[in-house]
Design a protein around this ligand. Sequence first.
Ligand code: NAP
Length: 352
Amino acid sequence: MTDAPFFAPRLTAADQAGTVPDLTTAPPIGWGILGAGKIAASFARGIGERTPMHVAAVGSRTEDKAAAFASENAPGATAHGSYEALCEDPNVDVVYVATPHPFHLDGALMAIAAGKHLLVEKPLTPRRSDSERLINAARDAGVFLMEAVWTRFLPHIAAMRGVIARGEIGQVTSIEADFNYSRPFNPEHRMWNMDLAGGALLDLGIYPIQLAHDLLGVPDEFLVRGTKAPTGADDHVAMLARWDSGQDALLHTSLRAAGPVAARITGTEGRIEIPEQFHGPSNMIVYPNNADPWTFYTPQGEGKVYEAAEVARLIAAGATESPRHTWQDTLEIAALLDDARAQVGVVYPGEE
Ligand SMILES: NC(=O)c1ccc[n+]([C@@H]2O[C@H](COP(=O)([O-])OP(=O)(O)OC[C@H]3O[C@@H](n4cnc5c(N)ncnc54)[C@H](OP(=O)(O)O)[C@@H]3O)[C@@H](O)[C@H]2O)c1
């Protein structure tokens, strides 16, 4: 272990503990789910199974779908046949926007108009300018708003920050992170459909980018190269980020490479590996230079509940943003995503 100060400008002494608050301490607020889709289902089940919070209501564009979602994932929740009705529901304290990216803005603005607090799926919106508009609306209304970058609230990420903050791998020198998966091309699916802001970067690439940003902040250089699917969505992207202080990050995201979804943080005196699904609940292995490797075993179960519990605690405390994933963080990551898309030549409808 080194006496030199660790180099990871976004870590503080408070990170040394490397732990997250107990889920059972989350205030028992009522969630409203906006969009009865795939990710909303796992979120709703997790709230019920792992926390004292509850899903008060679900809003879908069709009432039948809302009712089916509630009975399957959130028994007892009110089923609304429109997003408007969900936002007006007095039992809803906070709205979770879980629609495809281009619809986040309208759904969130609707909730803000109804005076609701918000957790909005990542990316907050497909472009920085719209994210800034949404943040300004939340600020003006005095409601809580956070982009659902759940990774930042997970136990193994807190443990990773603890290892670095305690100097156990020395100075951070480099980060490697990949979020790749291979699926058959489907031009209708939101991953490739330009009307749904498809592409690897906004859906998957945001995770490696936010990891590098979480430790080292905004890079001084950002070189991005990639290819596009026939729809025009980015489907295979390599990124090299560099900081003038001498650190670098090699990041990759792909819709046509069969993995990995892994991260490695190397320092002057050791390294940390998160071998699979680094963005979700995952084990972490620490390889110190002069000691035996050891593993942090992450608790199993739905991981989005950690961010949800954080939102509940902050709302109860009267906060409007999270210190762990601030509005400024969202805008800095959005600017990197805009830049990466521009370097690959990805242009969404309406942006020409
Ligand atoms: N945190 C994570 O691990 C994670 C994982 C996957 C996705 N996500 C994020 O979550 C968001 C939703 O992803 P998902 O995979 O859950 O999406 P999805 O299942 O394809 O769609 C979610 C829901 O959005 C609603 N919707 C509203 N307008 C729509 C339209 N024009 N076309 C299609 N659906 C529309 C639909 O709900 P109704 O029919 O009920 O109105 C749909 O069921 C994305 O922004 C994504 O980035 C996060």
